[in-house]
Design a protein around this ligand. Structure first.
Ligand code: TA6
Length: 280
């Protein structure tokens, strides 16, 4: 039995979702009559010793190596922690699942403050994923978060992302710390790793699959757009050589200068809504 065999499924009129308690990771979402929308690597590590490559990993309470660039594991410990499923709910044709993670004080030197994280996954006509973080301590803290969504696309070289026009971004591939402005839609012509500041609705156009993936967000100041291309894939042990062509990560996030400041007892809620439309 591996962490990948441990999934909880939600099945409803809107389709099917699979969530694993390891990382509270949504591993698949297949709307009725559609192909799967989320990409999972065929080389994903099932051992529970490393993050699972694909689906919607949760980056929390820091992103990458954190604000000081020294923290490990990369993207925080939430994605390699086992969350507690609280059970499923049915409301009309919707199906929901809630999982929680309690982080106790002093367990991790890099993040000593206690918090409760709650992930709510709702399957209706759309997929709605809400991440709530509550400060259970007696002092304020800052945290970073991302829903590191791997979208399955026919070919990333033909894929475009609309909705980021005019938004400022940091180019992590150049790594020069300069803010640039997005001109037109985002296209993919090489390794791409950008942190945008924007709050608009996004549309990922996937002409090969003749569909658009619509991304709505609430309380997320950033969008991270990532594809490793061939070069970056060589640095990853869990992606087969040509599989980078078949996904793009478009992540709802609050990172860097947009990290969330949370007072004692306060809760922050970030929401992601995914929807698929046939391409017209
Ligand atoms: O979200 C983009 C990013 O932070 C990239 O810099 C890239 O490294 C990617 O995430 C994957 O990170 P991971 O720790 O899952 O290998």
């Amino acid at each position: 039995m591996t962490v990948l065999d441990d999934g909880i499924s939600l099945v409803g009129a809107g389709g099917q979702v699979l969530v694993i308690p390891f990382g509270a990771q949504v591993l698949s979402w297949t709307p009725s009559g559609e192909d799967p929308v989320l990409w999972v690597s065929r080389r994903a590590d099932p051992s529970g010793e490393a993050p699972v490559r694909g689906g919607i990993p949760i980056c929390l309470p820091w992103f990458g190596a954190g604000p000081d660039q020294t923290r490990s594991p990369a993207h925080g410990f939430a994605r390699t922690s086992t969350w507690k499923p609280l059970g499923t709910e049915e409301a009309g044709s919707s199906r929901a699942l809630v999982l929680t993670l309690d982080h106790e004080p002093g367990v991790d030197d890099a993040f000593p403050d206690p918090f409760r994280a709650e992930l709510r996954v709702v399957l209706g006509d759309d997929l709605v994923v809400t991440l709530r973080v509550t400060n259970r301590g007696s002092r304020a803290f800052d945290f970073e978060e991302a829903l590191h969504t791997y979208l399955a696309v026919g070919d990333v070289k033909d894929t475009t992302v609309d909705g980021l026009e005019g938004c400022e971004y940091l180019d992590q591939v150049r790594g020069d710390g300069r803010w640039r402005t997005q001109n037109g839609e985002v296209t993919f012509v090489g390794e791409t790793d950008r942190v945008y500041r924007c709050d608009s609705t996004l549309v990922v156009h996937d002409p090969r699959n003749r569909r658009d993936i619509v991304i709505d967000r609430d309380s997320s100041s950033n969008v991270v757009v990532w594809n490793p291309w061939a070069e970056g894939t060589r640095r990853l042990g869990d992606v087969a050589p040509s599989d980078w062509e078949h996904f793009v990560c478009v992540e709802s996030a609050n990172v860097g200068q947009d990290a969330v400041h949370l007072d004692p007892g306060a809760t922050h809620e970030m929401m992601l809504v995914l929807h698929v439309d046939p391409m017209v």
